[in-house]
Design a protein around this ligand. Structure first.
Ligand code: CP
Length: 303
């Protein structure tokens, strides 16, 4: 039962619940005008910058007919006066029927869900999890590949700090994928995620050269090097441009290949890729709106 459940980690939802969200997202894509939440109030609390996640969540809330309260600039809140996250969440959960929250600290969303009287949806907590992104990524894979089973998924860039790849490998583990993790040594996939995959018997390879895996992949999941997570900016400068996907590199890739990126991109996908039919990152961002309508509607119990 998804109703009244918080979505903090993607592992909070079962495989069946994930598939139900994808089914609902398809329904909302066919008919986005379903004002099922008139009379409800949803809080959108962004303690960390966002473009897509916040705007697609708030568009989803508006399309569902809910009213939206919240903030996108933490400097305009009483956090700057020293108010704790606990007190902020206790207040807001008296005002709203659902809280969507992004926070720079890993574990903040779980803590918020423990303090809140209403369900909390994690819109990204530090380098930890980004479960709504995972659901829209899976919806994008389902739409473009026709299924989720046995996909070969190449993830390129920041495996260490990229919360989207951490959530995605956990959810896709139910569908027997093969993963190729491509990163410099400094940004390798953390051991805890590799141990998770070992435990589940999921195949993965680690590479430094993107060209070694490009022609194998069904999905190429490019990521930004997460500058804001580096303690040492000199290290960021050393690794920031390690991978740049250019159109000519796609010449011998599979016909069904789709290029995903949670966005924002910095330099890791050259703009000459945008016109290639294999580029799917802008449609992926649009899919986020339907997927977030599905998440909200399911948790609020109106679907
Ligand atoms: N994909 C994603 O989380 O983008 P934003 O940071 O713009 O929300």
């Amino acid at each position: 039962m998804i109703k009244n459940k918080s979505l903090v980690s993607i592992t909070d939802f079962t495989k069946d619940e994930i598939l139900r969200i994808l089914e609902l997202a398809a329904d909302f894509e066919k008919n986005p005008h379903q004002p099922l939440l008139q009379g409800h109030i949803i809080a959108s609390l962004f303690f960390e910058p966002s473009t897509r996640t916040r705007l697609s969540f708030e568009t989803a809330m508006n399309r569902l007919g809910a009213r939206v309260i919240g903030f996108s600039d933490v400097n305009a809140t009483s956090t700057t006066k020293g108010e704790t996250l606990k007190d902020t969440i206790k207040m807001v959960s008296n005002y709203a029927d659902l809280i969507v929250m992004r926070h720079p600290l890993e574990g903040a969303a779980r803590y918020a869900s423990e303090q809140s009287r209403v369900p909390v949806v994690n819109a990204g907590d530090g380098a930890n999890q980004h479960p709504s992104q995972t659901l829209l990524d899976m919806y994008s894979m389902m739409k473009t590949q026709g299924h989720l089973d046995h996909l070969k998924i190449a993830m390129v860039g920041d495996m260490k700090y990229g919360r989207t790849v951490h959530s995605l490998i956990q959810a896709m583990a139910d569908f027997e994928p093969t993963f190729y993790f491509v990163s410099p040594d400094e940004l390798k996939m953390p051991d805890e995620y590799k141990e998770f995959l070992d435990h589940r018997g999921i195949k993965y390879e680690e590479h430094k050269d993107m060209n070694a895996v490009l022609n194998e992949a069904d999905i190429l999941y490019m990521t930004r090097v997460q500058k804001e997570r580096f303690a040492d900016l000199m290290e960021y400068e050393r690794v920031k441009n390690t991978y740049v996907l250019r159109n000519e590199m796609l010449a011998n890739t599979k016909d069904n290949l789709k290029i995903l990126h949670p966005l924002p991109r910095v330099n890791e996908i050259s703009e000459d890729v945008d016109a290639n039919p294999k580029a799917y990152y802008f449609q992926q961002a649009e899919n986020g709106m339907y997927t977030r309508m599905a998440i909200i509607a399911a948790i609020m119990g109106v679907k």
